[in-house]
Design a protein around this ligand. Structure first.
Ligand SMILES: [Cu+2]
Length: 320
């Protein structure tokens, strides 16, 4: 963590941050000065020109050309200045440099998934320091919004279309990343982190698949549980959410299905439950699990099941 910013704003950690802040402070201070000036003049005039005697009549006001011109010209200059400054910064924020490194961001209720050019995935955003990064973003469900306060970037993430932002991090460290569009009851869980690391550290991290290559299977499964968004519907503590809990699921016997059948939750049952959620519906639940998990890799599937095994104290089901 670097310094923690000022009273008004979080720390600046991207190339655009100082421009955004400069404009913010300019508008704030100009407004404050004008406010104080107008209120002070108002109070002074109210006192200076008060009626002191019932017979007193106001004298006609003589116009002052100089005064009138100045209150037209000065605000016009101020407004044009703000427009020019804001427009320039806006364009710079919206047009990514052609050599920007591209990272895909996928938002869903209620997690983020980042995919790097070589297929590495993570739920924490890793970016190299001093390198322009372009985020190409889309949503699986509703409108979310990508926000890294320390970088001063914020952009809506929409279903059925890509949107993008770019930034260049100026210092290493860990910075908050929020969803800033109210997207349902789990909205406040859509918080993760941006880890800015040196270019060489970043290359190594991406190359190693985000460390996933060397991860033991249950560890990888645990990571996928949040990365792939399973945690939005499945608990690991026994509580029932949109879907059944994973606690003591593996090895469960007499597991009831919607059609009255009972099954044993062995590896093959779990595998099918992930790849083809509609094939057998667990009694008491809706068939709402996304079918999109059918493109998980063999290693990912095995890892998820290994994680479920860890969450279960049931005896391993005997093979048939
Ligand atoms: Cu969201």
């Amino acid at each position: 963590m670097g310094d923690s910013g000022t009273f008004w704003l979080p720390e600046q950690a991207s190339t655009i941050a100082s421009q955004v802040d400069g404009l913010f402070y300019f508008v704030t201070w100009v407004s404050a000065i004008l406010f104080v000036g107008v209120v002070a003049a108002m109070l002074y005039f109210a006192y200076r020109y008060r009626r002191t005697h019932p017979s007193e009549r106001p004298t006609p006001v003589k116009e002052s050309k100089l005064l009138e011109i100045s209150w037209i010209v000065v605000p016009t200059i101020l407004v044009l200045l703000v427009f020019n400054w804001g427009f320039k910064t806006f364009i710079e924020m919206n047009v990514a440099p052609p050599d920007a490194y591209e990272i895909r961001a996928e938002a869903k209720k209620w997690s983020w998934l980042f995919t790097y050019p070589n297929g590495t995935q993570s739920d924490t955003l890793y970016v190299p320091e001093g390198q322009p990064v372009k985020m190409t973003m889309s949503s699986q469900d509703v409108i979310h919004s990508f926000f890294i306060p320390a970088f001063r970037v914020k952009h809506d993430v929409l279903p059925n279309r890509y949107s993008s932002v770019w930034f260049e991090a100026t210092k290493t460290g860990t910075f908050d990343l929020f969803c800033t569009e109210y997207c349902g009851t789990g909205h406040s869980d859509m918080i993760t982190q941006t880890k800015v690391v040196s270019q060489s550290e970043f290359d190594e991290w991406v190359e190693s698949g985000g460390g996933a290559k060397d991860l033991p299977l249950p560890e990888l499964g645990k990571r996928l549980y949040s990365q792939q968004g399973c945690q939005a519907c499945h608990s690991i503590d026994g509580s029932s959410m949109v879907g059944p809990t994973w606690q003591n699921l593996y090895g469960k016997t007499g597991h009831e299905m919607e059609d009255g059948a009972t099954v044993t939750a062995d590896e093959n049952y779990l595998r099918e439950a992930i790849l083809e959620p509609g094939a057998q519906i667990v009694a008491g639940y809706q068939n709402v699990m996304p079918a999109s998990y059918s493109n998980l890799s063999e290693r990912q599937l095995t890892a998820l099941i290994a994680y479920m095994k860890e969450l279960s104290t049931n005896e391993a089901p005997s093979g048939d």
